[in-house]
Design a protein around this ligand. Sequence first.
Ligand code: ATP
Ligand code: MG
Length: 269
Amino acid sequence: MLSARGLVKRYGQVTAIDGADFDLMPDEVLAVIGDNGAGKTSLIKALTGALVPDAGEIRLNGEPIRFAGPQDARARGIETVYQDLAVAPSMDIASNMFLGREIRRRGVLGSVFRLLDRKTMREQAAAHLASLKVGIGSLTQPVETLSGGQRQAVAVARAAAWARSVVVMDEPTAALGVKESGQVLDLIRRIRDSGVPVILISHNMPHVFEIADRVHVHRLGRREAVIKPSEYSMAEVVAIMTGALSVSPDGGTVVADSDAASAAGVHAS
Ligand SMILES: Nc1ncnc2c1ncn2[C@@H]1O[C@H](COP(=O)(O)OP(=O)(O)OP(=O)(O)O)[C@@H](O)[C@H]1O
Ligand SMILES: [Mg+2]
């Protein structure tokens, strides 16, 4: 669905992306994990038009592509949920769902006087939230009066509403409690089941293991491994992330740093 080969991005002396490869399959939740500074956000920015790589190739549905900017990626069906600035707090839920894509009234009221068709937007927002099973009282409620989890749900639902190709989420559960995180994870599953693949950046290993079909492990600016959570333990995945273990071509693990591996409590298989 979305892939990259040999991406490079340098900021002066710092190489944020160092020859990274990436592959997102249709119908999957792909988690992207890695230590702080490994280059996950930079990789995602390159894949969503928010930064222009110095080198490398990106393909969408097999076609080579260069995004002119985030709006270009959005126009091609790639929606990104950022951890902050996800919603406009003082606006109501329906307005947030249609932010930047407002429906105008028909005729001169819309074309000349730019009046919004609030009724249609409310109806469509309600139908969409209901289809995602997001339970929110009133759509005219300002988003700032919602709980953190409900707010996140609105941001995720908005992305799901507009995404035709891919939904990308950078730490969507970082600030959420157990119940709220569960709701966002459910929503991610429903998006995937509706046929839109999801890229999930997360530091939360239990969430990653609960929801991801595959895990892209990022280390020192590039893809270190891609694993299936059913085939590895959390300790092994953390060890791959930190460089204590490496994955051999046959899929087994090899001890790269025996002290670090024994500290993590894992051995090669
Ligand atoms: N705009 C920038 N200018 C200079 N250096 C940058 C810039 N953006 C990222 N970097 C550097 O690139 C490296 C990768 O950063 P990035 O934000 O992609 O990491 P990350 O994996 O998302 O980390 P975290 O888990 O902490 O969010 C870091 O060393 C960072 O300091
Ligand atoms: Mg980051």
